[in-house]
Design a binder for this molecule. Structure first.
Ligand code: NDP
Length: 286
């Protein structure tokens, strides 16, 4: 693989190995992760089965509840409470996005997860800890995965101009906070941002998390930029379903100093960080 490519699959495999070794040396119960999935979105089902498989690979016990798309908010909260009380469960993950009927209540529902079981770091309490820079904060999995990719690729963020495209609670906001904590100068861009091209042209580090296929064109980026592409977009090429990122990869590759592919970049890291966060919470419980 080219030296320019940040191989998320390989780095995630390395992290999983490290976790497997640590977990095999534990002498108490195994760490436990509970995943709650609502509805029948095929991509969410695929992600959840991947997470279960990865838990088994490293020695984490996984628990799973699947609820119908039309389940009530109360039913979902009662499952969260069940796992909150289960001493064998260290982390609780609510697979997002929730179906349309519950989507607007996502944060309210997530906030029922106990802060010390909030494996994706998305409760209001945990996000607040991230804002104040508490060492106790659990870093949300995808943003933590992006930072780990930068770290393991020896990218020093300090003093660099970073731009994050996207301001969601799941990705854009927390990654902006983590880059800021790593002393980058961060611009958080969104759909109302003006003069995006001028901002992109200055950026040493670009994190794209908007969910728009190949939106960022190579001519907009600076030579030598480091690109972390979080986006996952399914498009058809020659009648075949293909996954692409938010960045026009082939051409951006020529200008970037480092770039993540899609698939095989940030995606595998999200899962690896979920496992790492489960172990981190386990250590707080034992
Ligand atoms: P959301 O839809 O919640 O947020 C998208 C963000 O992008 C919004 O803040 C929106 O701005 C912004 N945006 C949309 N269009 C533009 C534009 N033209 N220019 C600048 N900003 C824009 O998405 P998520 O954050 O949940 O996910 C983003 C992408 O990352 C998706 O493709 C998703 O599939 C992927 N993803 C990948 C993961 C992985 O493990 N690799 C994990 C999680 C997500 P505004 O706020 O103004 O509407």
């Amino acid at each position: 693989m080219s030296e320019k490519i940040i191989d998320g699959k390989a780095i995630a495999a390395e992290i999983k190995n490290e976790l497997k070794n640590k977990i095999s040396n534990l002498n108490k119960r195994a760490p436990g992760l509970a995943v709650i999935l609502v509805g029948d979105d095929p991509a969410s089902h695929y992600y959840v089965s991947n997470k279960e498989k990865s838990c088994a690979e490293v020695g984490i016990v996984s628990f799973k509840t699947i609820l119908a798309a039309n389940c009530s908010k109360e039913e979902l909260i009662s499952i969260i409470n069940k796992y909150n009380q289960d001493p064998n469960v260290d982390g609780i993950l609510l697979q997002l996005p929730l179906p349309a009927a519950l989507k607007n209540s996502s944060q309210e529902i997530i906030d029922h997860i106990l802060a010390n079981k909030d494996v994706d770091g998305l409760t209001t309490i945990n996000l607040g800890k991230l804002v104040v820079g508490s060492k106790d904060a659990i870093e949300p999995c995808t943003p933590r995965g992006c930072m780990e990719l930068l770290k393991r690729s020896n990218v020093n963020c300090s003093g660099k101009q970073a731009i994050v495209l996207g301001r969601s609670t799941l990705v854009g906001k927390p990654i902006s906070l983590l880059l800021n904590a790593a002393n980058a100068t961060v611009t958080m861009a969104h759909s109302k941002t003006q003069n995006l091209e001028a901002l992109l042209a200055q950026a040493d580090i670009i994190v794209a998390a908007i969910g728009q296929a190949e939106f960022i064109k190579a001519n907009a980026i600076k030579v030598g930029a480091v690109i972390i592409d979080v986006g996952i977009n399914a498009i058809e090429i020659d009648g075949k379903r293909t996954l692409v990122g938010d960045v026009e990869f082939t051409k951006a590759f020529e200008k970037a100093s480092l770039i993540t592919p899609v698939p095989g970049g940030v995606g595998p890291m999200t899962v690896a960080m979920l496992l790492a966060n489960t172990l981190e919470l386990y250590e707080k419980h034992i």
